[in-house]
Design a protein around this ligand. Sequence first.
Ligand code: ARG
Ligand code: GLU
Length: 720
Amino acid sequence: MKKLIFILLTNLALFSSLFADEGMWIPILLEKYNFADMQEKGFKLTAEDIYSVNNASMKDAIVIFGGGCTGEMISDQGLLITNHHCGYGNIQKHSSLENDYLTDGFWAMSQQEELANPGLKVTFLISMADVTGRVLQDVTDEMTEAERNKIIDRNIAEIKKKVEHDTHYEARVEQFYNGNQYFLFINEVFKDVRLVGAPPSAIGKFGGDTDNWMWPRHTGDFSLFRVYCDKDGKPAEYSEDNVPLKPKKFFPISIKGVQKGDFTMVFGYPGTTQQYLPSFAVEQVLNESDPHRVLIRGKKLDIINQAMNSDPLIRIQYSAKAASVANGWKKWIGEMRGLRRLDAVNKKKKYESKFKEWTDNNRTLYKKYGKILEQYESIYSGLSKYNLGMIYINEAGLGSDAVLLALRLRLLENLDGANDEAVELIKKEAKAIADAHFKDYNEATDKQIFAEMTKLYMENISAEFHPEFFVNFEKITKKAENKYEAFACYMFNKSILTNQEKFNEFVDNLSAKSYKKIMKDPVYLLMKDYLNVYRNQLATEYNNYTAQLDSLDRIYMKAQMEFEADRLFYPDANFTLRVTYGNVDNYFPKDGVEYDYFTTLDGIIEKDNPEIYDYDVPDKLKELYYAKDYGQYADADGTMHVGFIGTNHTTGGNSGSPVINANGELIGLNFDRNWEGTMSDIMYDPEMCRNITLDIRYALFIIDKYAGASNLIKEMEIRK
Ligand code: ARG
Ligand code: GLU
């Protein structure tokens, strides 16, 4: 501990109030701001090796995978690695009862066996540049927000048009530091991305939602894809004539293993952080948003988990839904605990009182910034009920599958006066939506969810935001003992949207007249009323407040940067490419407990329990374990290392990001954070926040020894 404090102090001395390891940095500014610190932490290469304008560099090996994850190139033939939970949707799409790749895993033993994934894209960054001057051209301080935004939108459109003209590149302009700075990103998007390999869920999702967000962890969270292009190396839609992409750069892989204290760097696409919020916002998250979201999702999960445990079919149907509901639920619980433990609201309040002193003591500053905190307080207090309304509409009102289906089937309203041709088109589309929906639907489970969600909405949201349909509630449920159950029964019996047979009968006989029928359907009507509440009572006010916040956030950010002129500020995550770096490190989650920095296959065997779905270790893996058949992937200590943790500051979107050592070699895949550290999106704590990495040696061991896909290993550049 003493040593840690000493290191902290020296770092603080060097970098003023910047916390060690905190921060998600902009790759083209590393040289200027971070490089000395990175070297001190152990990095052996140059900033040019990370991002270079003229030469191939690490950034050329990194992609946005799909819509919300990171992936990276690991061979000169377009081989890509990302998390299992990032590839999950695509693995699921190829899965059926006969070929259950989710359960059994999938391995292409040759390129011919790889599977196409229509709709899946990967995005490479060609270059980025500061375009603040061009974006803010003609913007003045005297303008209203609306005028300002209009000019900014116009300027951004012009910049994008110029870049995209005559090329196949796509341009994106994003704001940094809450709109004080703007960067242009020029991207190349590839559209033929094929599934190459995935471990069985018993490895790739080992520990499931039970272990999610937790350390110690034993999840083999990886999957493999390959990027294809046309013969000229350009992006192309899927075609048999396409060839594997030859990337400008791919990561060599080190199997030397990691030690405590080793330098690590995570290079990827962190989604959203909110480090510079005022205390009022943190209070709202902590006392309002998080508790209610956790309450709603917790109720939903109780029902889903019970149903999944009662029936294997329901498990298949609801596992992806459960994972996504549980992911947020568990994260917010961790976030609340972490914010409380850090006393985050009071820390912010103290900071704000110093800030206020600063503005109060200087007339110019007072004129510019003296009213910010008061304004925040008033906006957040006004926003509160609309914020809650939004949460309840999204999570509870639209929170059952039946109501969601209604929402997706709004195209049925086009039946009104439609001709035969139009009816046919609507029929086809509605059928496709419903088929996909009912494949993963259980009526009894959804009815329970619907009852519970209605109850939560009615009890926790003020009557002014109740859907009009609720006027029928008393009439429908008059004599019932459990009113919400009775309401759900009534709705589900009367609706055609809650049962596949009823819906198919409806859609098979579809005509322009069916319009009348859908407009009488109680679930459909309820959905429309929720939408009306959203549109007429919530959205306008909510957007009004958030627009005020956008402008205030920009000014407060600027003010904070002036207030702490010596501090190096990093911009909040905004799903653009960032570098975060730190060291491999253990931590002390609570008094008297130390968590080591790595886990091994021994821990998987310890957790083995065929009775519990999340901990049912495959026989083959056990055989390899008992034979200690680890090949070149064993650690020097003789065990098979599975995961490790470090002090890199990461967030959602960093899933699949390469974890890189001091020599620029791939040593693992980022896939999670520890529960004690999930408040890092709002406030980072160097003592407690850790990113969780899959040790690349475990992935290689599974590919090579478990799956026998040595064809893939041969493509990689493995460094011993
Ligand atoms: N917590 C990780 C992330 O935020 C993994 C989520 C997927 N896994 C799960 N068991 N739900 O994305
Ligand atoms: N699992 C997260 C993701 O999908 C990464 C964990 C985090 O939030 O740090 O990006």
